[in-house]
Write a protein that binds this ligand. Structure first.
Ligand SMILES: [Zn+2]
Length: 378
């Protein structure tokens, strides 16, 4: 028997109603990780362990030793690389030279001096081509299947035209399909928009084709990593600091769509930053207790202040045309992902991302390693 899994980036539970084939199967919601960007959630799906173990909570981390922009840590760079076009060019060139890829997030750096860039390094779960065999020291589902001397296939579709996709017949022990289209359509138009619904309907037709390949003893699973939440306000963090008589750039920090991280150098800095963040009243500082509750403690040496923005707010480092975002509180209904299967034994209202790996291994009669945090749910 084989397992057929289709991964759909950012499909939320309420969107199943737009997918006529998919909604006929058994389903439940998935609670994503507390810090629920695709990178974190996919590391959890592929390893079956919590973020405090795989350590892929953020793509950009404070790590000057491994920064692709290490060369820029000087005043000459700050003086000579100033306009946005030059910055964009240098960002791409240095990233390609050191990472062999252009990483997401130029807008996080666009308004900063190049010497600031040199503090950060980048690590992303592999989204295309060969999937990662290991993340944070834990073997992925692909590696575990390979070690059990079974075969898998991977069919990645990130931004290609859905109407051009031809699904090839595949009969490996584990057949993995990846569709990235719902996420960008949702960012651009909102997941409730006609445009995003059209994308979901097209994927639904492809899912039906894939399902037709399966035979009676096979298992068919469709899952997503997180949902999408409607946004309205774009917050400029530098303005918030200025309102409090402070300069954001006096503090080591990193801002992405709905999180701001600070690495204070003293108790005084810590107190000042905390004061400004608390005065904003647009989110909250995520305490270590909350992180621990969701098995998401940040395993780094530095003392980090982690600020979370609540919807409908995002920081203005995202494209100003963005309608919808993920990464918000994992307990919000729209933040959740979905798990759908043809196995009628599914008897759960909500599962965790970490449950996918043990469930797949169990279907394939591969023993589940003791380090795995999730549980078999079928
Ligand atoms: Zn996204």
């Amino acid at each position: 028997m084989s397992v057929y899994t289709v991964f759909i980036d950012a499909l939320k539970p309420s969107s199943l109603r737009h997918m006529d084939f998919l909604k006929t199967l058994s389903s439940c919601s998935i609670e994503p990780d507390l810090i629920n960007f695709s990178n974190t959630c996919q590391a959890s799906i592929y390893t079956g362990v919590y973020p405090n173990k795989h350590n892929h909570q953020f793509i950009w981390t404070l790590d000057p030793q491994n920064s692709p922009f290490e060369l820029l840590d000087n005043r000459v760079a700050d003086f000579s690389i100033r306009d946005k076009y030059t910055k964009f060019l240098v960002y791409n060139l240095l990233a390609l030279k050191n990472l062999k890829t252009v990483p997401y997030g130029f807008l996080y750096f666009a308004d900063k001096k190049p010497s600031y860039w040199a503090n950060f390094s980048f690590e992303e779960v592999s989204h295309s081509g060969r999937p990662d065999h290991c993340l944070g020291g834990y073997p992925t589902v692909f590696e575990l299947i390979h070690s059990a001397e079974m075969e898998y296939s991977v069919d990645w579709h990130v931004s290609d035209d859905l109407s051009d996709i031809e699904i090839q017949d595949t009969e490996e022990d584990f057949n993995y399909f990846y569709f990235g289209h719902v996420d960008p359509a949702s960012h651009k138009h909102g997941q409730e928009s006609d445009e995003a619904i059209e994308v979901m309907k097209q994927i639904d037709l492809i899912l039906e084709q894939i399902y037709e390949q399966t035979s009676e003893n096979d298992t068919f699973i469709v899952l997503s990593d997180h949902g999408h939440v409607h946004i309205e306000n774009f917050i400029n963090l530098a303005d918030e600091f200025e309102r409090n008589g402070e300069n954001l750039n006096d503090y080591m920090h990193f801002v992405d769509s709905c999180y701001a991280r600070f690495w204070p150098k003293s108790d005084v800095e810590k107190q000042r930053v905390t004061q400004v963040l608390e005065s904003m009243e647009k989110g909250e500082i995520i305490t270590t207790d909350l992180l621990r509750q969701f098995n998401s403690e940040l395993n780094c040496d530095q003392d980090v202040i982690l600020y979370y923005l609540s919807p409908p707010n995002v920081f203005d480092v995202v494209n100003p045309k963005t309608e919808s975002m993920h990464g918000f509180d994992c307990r919000l209904p729209d933040s959740k992902g979905v798990f759908v299967t043809d196995d009628e034994s599914l008897d759960a209202e909500e599962i965790q991302l970490q449950d996918f790996l043990p469930t797949v291994l169990n279907q394939m009669n591969i023993s589940i390693p003791p380090h795995v945090d999730g549980e078999n749910i079928l």
